[in-house]
Design a protein around this ligand. Structure first.
Ligand code: PEP
Ligand code: MN
Length: 337
C-alpha cells in the first residue's frame, strides 16, 4: 500500500499517522520528495481499511500495491535511480557500454582488450575471474589472480571494473571491484543476495535462465531490503524452445522493467544470442527500447577464447558497431557515458 501525503503535511501529524500505522502492524518506509512525502507500507496491509487512511486530513491518496516488491517498485520511488560508479552515472541520461572478455585469461589479454574497448567508447570493463561453467572440466577462471589483472587494467585505463561473484566466501577479494555481477545461475542464491545487501557496492543482477521478471525484481528486493539500493537489472536472454540462438532475448523486459521499477536496466546481447553477428542488431534494439546500457563480450582472439568465443566480438568489430550505436543513443536523446 502506498500513501501519498498532501504537500507540506505537518510533521506532527505525519508522526501521528506513522504511530497509528505501526499500531496496525505495518511499517512505513518514508520517501521525501521536494514537494510530497510518500509512505510505502510494508507488512500485512490486507486488514487495513483503505478508507480510514484516506480520511486522514494530511493524506492525498492511497493505493494498494499488488506487486510483492516494494524497494524496487517505481510506485514507491517515481524517479529513476541513478547509480554512481566512480563518476559514471548509470540510470539517468547517460548510456553506458560495459565491455570486455567473458573470462580474464592473462594480464596481457585483459590489458589489450581494456585499451581497445576504452578507445572505442566503452566506459566500464567486464571480465570474469570466477566462471560458472556447465562442465567442471571447462576453464573455471583465474579466480583471485583474474581480479588482480582486472585491477591492473583499471589502474591503467581508469575504467571501473565489473566481475562476477559466485560465493560469499570470496567476498573479501571484491573489495576494490566497482560493480559486483551476480550471474544468471545465482539470481536466486538468496544467501548470496542477502550478503550483498549488506554492502553498498553496485550489484549487476542478471536475470536467471528460466526466471520471470517478477522473480528478477524479487531478487533485487533481497539486496535492497538488506540496505543496498544500488542494483542494476540485466536482461541476458531466457531459455525458450528456439534453438537458433543460445537464449532468447526478451526485449520486452526492458520497457517492462523500466515501467515497474526505478532501477537501471542493461542488456547483454552476447549471452542472449551466443552469436557474434547478432550482437549489433540486438544492441540497437536495446537502445531503442530504453535500456540504460549494454554489457558486451569482446575478445582479442575469439577463436582462441577460453570461454564464449562464438559470441565475442573482436576489438575491430566492436569499433565498428560503436559508430551507429553512438548515433542511435544520441537519437534517443541521451549521451554516451
Ligand atoms: C558472463 O557474464 O560471462 C556470464 C556467465 O553471464 P550469465 O550469468 O548471464 O550467463
Ligand atoms: Mn560469458
Amino acid at each position: 500500500m502506498v500513501v501519498i501525503l498532501k504537500e507540506h503535511a505537518e510533521e506532527k501529524k505525519v508522526d501521528q499517522l506513522l504511530g497509528w500505522l505501526e499500531l496496525m502492524g505495518v511499517k512505513a518506509s518514508i520517501i521525501k520528495g521536494s514537494h510530497t512525502t510518500i509512505l510505502g507500507l510494508v507488512g500485512d496491509t490486507s486488514k487495513i481499511d483503505i478508507d480510514s487512511i484516506r480520511a486522514v486530513d494530511i493524506v492525498e491518496n492511497v493505493t494498494r500495491v499488488q506487486e510483492p516488491y516494494k524497494n524496487a517498485n517505481r510506485k514507491f520511488h517515481p524517479d529513476n535511480t541513478v547509480i554512481d560508479i566512480n563518476g559514471r552515472k548509470l540510470g539517468g541520461d547517460e548510456f553506458h557500454v560495459i565491455s570486455g572478455p567473458c573470462s580474464v585469461e592473462s594480464e596481457a589479454q585483459i590489458l589489450e582488450v581494456a585499451r581497445r574497448v576504452k578507445a572505442a567508447g566503452a566506459t566500464m570493463l567486464r571480465g570474469g575471474a570466477f566462471k560458472p561453467r556447465t562442465s567442471p572440466y571447462a576453464f573455471q577462471g583465474l579466480r583471485a589472480e583474474g581480479i588482480e589483472y582486472l585491477l591492473e587494467a583499471k589502474k591503467e585505463t581508469g575504467m571501473p571494473i565489473v566481475t562476477e561473484i559466485m560465493s560469499i566466501a570470496h567476498l573479501d577479494l571484491f573489495n576494490d571491484v566497482d560493480v559486483i555481477q551476480v550471474g544468471a545461475r545465482n539470481m536466486q542464491n538468496f544467501e548470496l543476495l542477502k550478503e550483498l545487501g549488506k554492502s553498498k557496492k553496485p550489484i549487476l543482477l542478471k536475470r536467471g535462465l528460466a526466471n520471470t521478471l517478477e522473480e528478477l525484481l524479487m531478487s533485487a528486493e533481497y539486496i535492497m531490503a538488506g540496505g543496498n539500493p544500488n542494483v542494476i537489472l540485466c536482461e541476458r536472454g531466457i531459455r525458450t524452445f528456439e534453438t537458433f540462438t543460445r537464449n532468447t532475448l526478451d526485449i520486452s523486459a526492458v520497457p517492462i522493467l523500466k515501467q515497474k521499477s526505478h532501477l537501471p536496466v542493461v542488456v547483454d546481447p552476447s549471452h542472449a544470442t551466443g552469436i557474434t553477428w547478432l550482437v549489433e542488431p540486438l544492441s540497437k534494439a536495446a537502445v531503442v527500447c530504453g535500456a540504460d546500457g549494454l554489457i558486451i563480450e569482446v575478445h582479442n582472439n575469439p577463436a582462441k577464447a577460453l570461454s564464449d568465443g562464438p559470441q565475442s566480438l573482436t576489438p575491430d568489430q566492436f569499433d565498428e558497431m560503436m559508430v551507429p550505436l553512438r548515433n542511435l543513443v544520441a537519437y534517443t536523446g541521451r549521451k554516451m557515458g
